[in-house]
Design a protein around this ligand. Sequence first.
Ligand code: PMP
Length: 354
Amino acid sequence: MSIYLDKRLQSLTPYTPGEQPQSSEKFIKLNTNESPYFPSKYSLARINSAEKKKLRLYSDPESGELARAIAEYYGVTSENVMPVNGSDEALAFCFAAFGDKGAVFPDVTYGFYKVFAGLFDVKYTEIPLKKDFSVNVKDYLDKNKTVFLANPNAQTGMYLPLAEIETIVSSNPKSVVVIDEAYVDFGGVSAVKLIKHYKNLVVVQTFSKSRSLAGARVGFAVADKELIADLQRVKYSFNPYNVNRLSAALATEAIKDRKYFGACRKKIMSTREKLTAGLKELGFEVLPSKANFVLAQSDRISGGELYKKLKEKGVLVRHFSDKRIDNFVRITIGTDAQIKILLNKIKNIMEAQK
Ligand code: PMP
């Protein structure tokens, strides 16, 4: 840290991304909730030489083609949609745009909320999840603060039905409710259909998980057009060409390819059930997940120890040192074959514990 750094940033703890080993072929990588499946073939075909030659031009600041494709998918207009450079960017814009009221979010959730609050000087309160890690809806009513909820929730994978999300949104007419749906495609129902009825709802989604484009960095926000205009105000005060040409083209084809999308999510949900059953057979407690990961713990080995032993055996999972979940590991849903290898390795580790 230099002596020049802004005082406020000196005490900020930045986000720590999951490991991204550059020799990833050495690992079975189940640590950052990427898809085990390739991007849509139509996405890949779109990046032809004509598309690459257009790189001399700036990208469309509105990402109009992509916004229209997303709007069509969700039955809204493109004025309701803002494509962004990874959904992290949309979340950052929400903290910047709606932070002055203060923010609330669960104590166990996506770690970036706290970091954005620090970066944008937003006062926040963490609301404890219930003992079983579910969200207590009553805790989020009439807050008069900007509410951030990941649904399914990050780290736990647990999901609130749409009716409960609506209860939260309708009880907070004076403040914005941001629903982060990074994982909604793995068994949840999107809150996008509520934006027609509520002027205070922002739904944030990503192409990083269910559409196999984590490396392209594309996400989007969907909301009433006035809220989108607010977010555009932040964007045009920060980075007008936020989505690069190639990524916008990749994402446009990905959202149109409903068939491949459907097949990938179906496979991931089915593998998730196999992983859950396999872990339970090995004596693990597994939180009920509607995401492309599960959070699991055993009373026979600590989360930190299991993470370390799996890494030694060539499998990367994620361990968080946050107190409430430090005995767990978070395992991304890979292919059936990867999960089979993982379960075998866990079995060997547990047997060696005896
Ligand atoms: N929200 C949640 C809950 C996440 O887990 C992630 C991924 N780490 C993101 C948002 C950000 O994803 P991306 O920026 O890749 O769209």
